[in-house]
Design a protein around this ligand. Sequence first.
Ligand SMILES: NC(=O)C1=CN([C@@H]2O[C@H](COP(=O)(O)OP(=O)(O)OC[C@H]3O[C@@H](n4cnc5c(N)ncnc54)[C@H](O)[C@@H]3O)[C@@H](O)[C@H]2O)C=CC1
Ligand SMILES: CC(=O)C(=O)O
Ligand SMILES: [Mg+2]
Length: 372
Amino acid sequence: MKIGCPTEIKPQEFRVGLTPNAAQEAVAHGHEVIVQAGAGVGAGFEDADYIAAGATIIDTAEEIFASADMIVKVKEPQAVERKMLREGQLLFTYLHLAPDPDQTHDLLASGCTAIAYETVTDRNGGLPLLAPMSEVAGRLAPQVGAWTLQKANGGRGVLMGGVPGVGPAKVMVIGGGVVGTHAARIAAGMGADVTVLDRSLPRMRYLDDIYGGTFKTAYASAGNTIELARQSDMIIGAVLIPGAAAPKLISRAQLSELKPGAALVDVAIDQGGCFETSKATTHQDPVYEVDGVMHYCVANMPGAVARTSTIALGNATMPFMLALADKGWKQACADDPHLKAGLNVHAGKLTYAAVGEALGIDSVTADQAIAG
Ligand SMILES: NC(=O)C1=CN([C@@H]2O[C@H](COP(=O)(O)OP(=O)(O)OC[C@H]3O[C@@H](n4cnc5c(N)ncnc54)[C@H](O)[C@@H]3O)[C@@H](O)[C@H]2O)C=CC1
Ligand SMILES: CC(=O)C(=O)O
Ligand SMILES: [Mg+2]
């Protein structure tokens, strides 16, 4: 199979879909790998590293999209990239379709087959291709939130750890999955007073067992959510219902009840965000204010630490990428129900029910797509 890796073009996105190590393994499996010139530079990989791995460097994204059987990327294809996708081509990347009707319609119109990293599952009920970036974004969230809390950035002027004689910041994390747990650990490590809210009692039992004493847990009822939000200096949004649009957990009307200059960090923004007032921002202009409350809503947070993120993502995607290349998507998905869970689009049809429900588009099952 010919595997193509174009340079990411989302603003301030420095990650790359294939590391030289991944390219080398694909070549060792007998595949041809083409990489756009300079694609790895933002993550610290030179063209020469890819050439040494056996890949070929190609000048333009157009040439890569025109000839590759499978495109391996990081972020969802941007409008100009979607125009280059074609029938029968396989796309393996993050998609986050539920909040993105334009992208969904373009992918359906292209006739491509698209497997979304964020809905691939594992046998423990986890999301193995989302997890590494959730670890990164979770660890970044208190860091960017602390910056947002600084007075010059519009925040309350509260220091995470406080100082002797002055209490720490109060941090509330909604969603105690991968993002939430990593965010809570780092915020607690910075000295903040941290509470994690979730709706899963088994998850809260686990968090209490492992992190009791480091941070607290609370059930994410609507009442608890607003009561804790009123007291918080920072609120980190980290909920997920896989594939679906994020539930809105703090409304516009409730913003006036929060502390002036509080920082909302909505990591769930890639699924549409869990605060009613969230809208996606970029690393260039990450923060905006609504009703005196600061919002940080960058949808590709891991791009800020592109080298760490690229290597972490590459470690996770490599076995799936190799299975797709070795067997073709149909056989690879038929053999592995967890990879099959990643199938979102095939030949003009949606193949992921939660996306169809969010966008009001009919879907077929992945099994129907494989059989078709
Ligand atoms: N902005 C960015 O750059 C990035 C965003 N993300 C996003 O962060 C979000 C969280 O991802 P993960 O932590 O990996 O998911 P996860 O599945 O590990 O955790 C989600 C948690 O939310 C909880 N939850 C669901 N509905 C809830 C509700 N109504 N109230 C309280 N808790 C609720 C679940 O029980 C679960 O524990 C996803 O939308 C993901 O795409 C992940 C990486 C980077
Ligand atoms: C998960 C995701 O959307 C990201 O890493 O950018
Ligand atoms: Mg994202």
